[in-house]
Design a protein around this ligand. Structure first.
Ligand code: ADP
Ligand code: MG
Length: 403
């Protein structure tokens, strides 16, 4: 899939509407707890400013459900962006209408404005053509730099591409290149390390990438469902019982494709997962009733590290245990460290997994930390992302126009 980017269009003196994902975690008093989502969009914004475009940014924040929610205004985000860029960013209190149009027509080359939270408008999540058209009126060119919002068919992601020449920003380009390569041409051996709690979402990823990987290394909440499907007693571990047959079929498929399917051989267990009851390490055949898997055990960790050291590509999504509780964080910590020390293409996805990598200070040693969350999982599950499909089609029309 070749999508044109901001580098392929002349943006000088043009009004450029950029969809970003500034859905940052906010504290009680409107402080931004983590500005990663703002920082990752800086390359595109800086490029546009350097080229003397008039930059109109737009984003959603949280879920105001089509109504104005005072605590979800984007003004604090504009302030933080302004600090990061060392340059004023005007924060507007609406997304469409005469006041916004007036502010935009007063912009000069290199200026930046941030529209209000897109989800204050019911038309955004409904992909309403009227709302998309009203946004499009503001600009000459549309840029999608919000990979993480592109699994949603919303007006600022999908509808808008009907009305403006549309290209990708640098973050979008990077996500599509790196994740695309995992599906198309990964260096082998390729391990997918999958854990976490959203078992069924992740099973779809496993199903789609089983034909591309050399091995699966499973931990976290994934492990118990697989162990139970093989007949182990898993106590009160997290298990998706309606997925047991699906998991058996998937395991069979992996075997027939000669894909290694590694499950824990030992686990850390406890009667609760909040750290309030004692923990024990047992073989997976010895999980008593009433106990739950909380982490992978030491033998499993060393098995997984041995396999990881063989790999040229690693994708990791989902913590190996309940890493928020110190007694259950060892598996996640050791696997994160091992992955960060590999001489391989390493890609990490998922909110909790990213949090774990960041808290260990290992982010710089990972090739790519995907910003996608749900979008990353859907992409790797082989599902077309509506925002990406719309962007590809619209950017193809630019190709046709300019030859
Ligand atoms: P990500 O956000 O990285 O995609 P998920 O959202 O699927 O990951 O899951 C993260 C959560 O999984 C964490 O809160 C972690 O405590 C939980 N988890 C990990 N291992 C287990 C387990 N064995 N049992 C229950 N929950 C687990
Ligand atoms: Mg999560």
């Amino acid at each position: 899939m070749t999508i044109k980017t901001v580098k392929d269009v002349d943006v000088t003196s043009k009004k450029v509407l950029v969809r970003v994902d500034f859905n940052v975690p906010m504290g009680e008093n409107g402080d931004i707890r983590d500005d990663t989502r703002i920082r990752v969009c800086l390359p595109t914004i800086r490029h546009l400013v350097d080229k003397r475009a008039r930059v109109i940014l737009c984003s959603h924040l949280d879920r105001p459900k089509g109504k104005i929610v005072e605590s979800l205004r984007l003004a604090p985000v504009a302030r933080r962006l302004s600090e990061l860029l060392g340059k004023p960013v005007e924060s507007l209190r609406e997304c469409t209408g005469p006041a916004v149009e007036k502010a935009v027509s007063a912009m000069r080359d290199g200026d930046i404005v941030l529209l209000e939270n897109l989800r204050f408008y019911p038309g955004e999540e409904k992909n309403d053509p009227g709302f998309a058209r009203a946004l499009a009126r503001l600009a000459d060119i549309y840029v999608n730099d919000a990979f993480s919002a592109s699994h949603r068919a919303h007006a600022s992601v999908v509808g808008i591409t009907d009305y403006l020449p549309s290209v990708a920003g640098f973050l979008m380009e990077k996500e599509l290149n790196i994740l695309g390569k995992l599906l198309e041409n990964p260096a082998k051996p390729f391990a997918a390390v999958i854990g976490g709690a959203k078992v069924s979402d992740k099973l779809e990823v496993l199903d789609n990438i089983v034909t591309r990987v050399s091995m699966f290394l499973l931990g976290g909440g994934m492990a118990a469902t697989f162990l139970k499907s093989e007949g182990y007693r898993t106590g009160k571990s997290l298990v998706e019982d309606d997925k047991l047959q699906y998991v058996r079929d998937l395991s069979e498929k992996a075997r027939s494709l000669d894909v290694g399917l590694f499950l824990p051989i030992d686990v850390v267990i406890s009667e609760t997962l909040d750290g309030s009851t004692p923990a024990r390490t047992v073989a997976v055949s010895d999980i008593p009733d009433g106990w739950a898997i909380a982490d992978i055990g030491p033998q499993t960790i060393s098995n997984y590290i041995r396999e990881l050291k063989k790999c040229k590509t690693v994708f990791w999504n989902g913590p190996m245990g309940v890493f928020e509780v110190p007694e259950f964080s060892k598996g996640t910590r050791e696997i994160a460290t091992a992955i960060s020390n590999l001489d391989a293409v390493t890609v990490v996805g998922g909110g909790s997994t990213t949090e774990a990598v960041n808290s260990l200070g290992l982010a710089d040693k990972i090739t790519h930390i995907s910003t996608g969350g749900g979008a990353t999982l859907e992409f790797l599950s082989g599902k077309p992302l509506p925002g990406v499909t719309a962007l590809a089609e619209a950017s193809g029309r630019i190709l046709a126009r300019t030859g």
